[in-house]
Design a protein around this ligand. Structure first.
Ligand SMILES: Nc1ncnc2c1ncn2[C@@H]1O[C@H](COP(=O)(O)OP(=O)(O)OP(=O)(O)O)[C@@H](O)[C@H]1O
Ligand SMILES: [Mg+2]
Length: 234
């Protein structure tokens, strides 16, 4: 569904993503793991068309997306849920959700989709009139996911959904992500929370200093020496 080949990204003269290749098949949950500054957000931004890579190629649903801006990749069904959900803070929950459906293909179905999103996250229905700035961290994440669902995505890319959340909230949120996947949405999740991410994902890639150093099935990576020593503190 998504195929990224030999991606490199520079900020000025500094290369922060080096020759990264990975793929996400339809129906999968794939994790891209790495510590602070490894290049995870940069990769998601390049895939969604928010920044331009220096080299490499990206294909989504067998079409080249190298030159597409973010609003075009959204139309194709590629949706990014940024770190912290990043709501429009001066808008209500309801207005934020509607904004998610701005693309022509999803606007016509927005009432129907909104019904589904509110059924999925009853809390968002209760808070519909509340300003997004007053939501808690976990609620903002839910709103971020809800807004993404309004675009009727085929692939959801999550940037550190666990960031800043209490362990119990992380569990709940990951359960929601799993349910979305069971309902047919393909998932790419970027995480520092290696253990949780490996328990959620089918496969994963490990990123260090902008390079992929390991990849494999999650169950195998959980047993990997390097992962256990460096990331799980065992
Ligand atoms: N706009 C920018 N200009 C210059 N350097 C940047 C910019 N954005 C990110 N960087 C640098 O690129 C590197 C990768 O950043 P990136 O945000 O992709 O990492 P990350 O893996 O998402 O980290 P984190 O887990 O902390 O979110 C870092 O060294 C960062 O300082
Ligand atoms: Mg990041």
């Amino acid at each position: 569904m998504l195929e990224v080949s030999n991606l490199s990204v520079y900020y000025g003269k500094i290369r922060v993503v080096s020759d990264v290749s990975f793929r996400v098949e339809k129906g999968e949950i794939v994790a891209l793991l790495g510590n602070n500054g490894a290049g995870k957000t940069t990769i998601l931004n390049a895939v969604s068309g928010l920044i331009r890579p220096a080299s490499g190629s990206m294909r989504f649903l067998d079409k080249t997306i190298d030159d597409l801006p973010a609003y075009e990749t959204v139309k194709m069904g590629l949706s990014l849920i940024p770190e912290g959900g990043r709501p429009f803070t001066d808008m209500t929950v309801h207005e934020n959700l509607e904004m998610g459906a701005y693309a022509p293909g999803s606007w016509g179905k927005k009432d129907e989709t909104l019904g589904k999103v509110k059924a999925f996250f009853p809390l968002l229905a209760q808070r519909a009139r509340q300003l997004a700035r007053t939501l808690s961290g976990g609620e903002r994440q839910m709103l971020g996911i809800g807004r993404s669902l309004m675009s009727m995505p085929k692939l959801c890319m999550f940037d550190e959904p666990s960031y800043g959340l209490a362990p119990i909230m992380v569990k709940e949120l990951f359960k929601y992500i799993k349910t979305l996947n069971e309902q047919g949405i393909t998932i790419l999740v970027v995480e520092q929370n290696i253990r949780h991410a490996l328990e959620l994902a089918h496969r994963a890639y490990v990123l260090e200093n902008g390079r992929i150093v390991l990849e494999g099935r999650s169950a195998e990576l959980l047993k990997n020496d390097h992962i256990q020593k460096v990331y799980l503190g065992l």
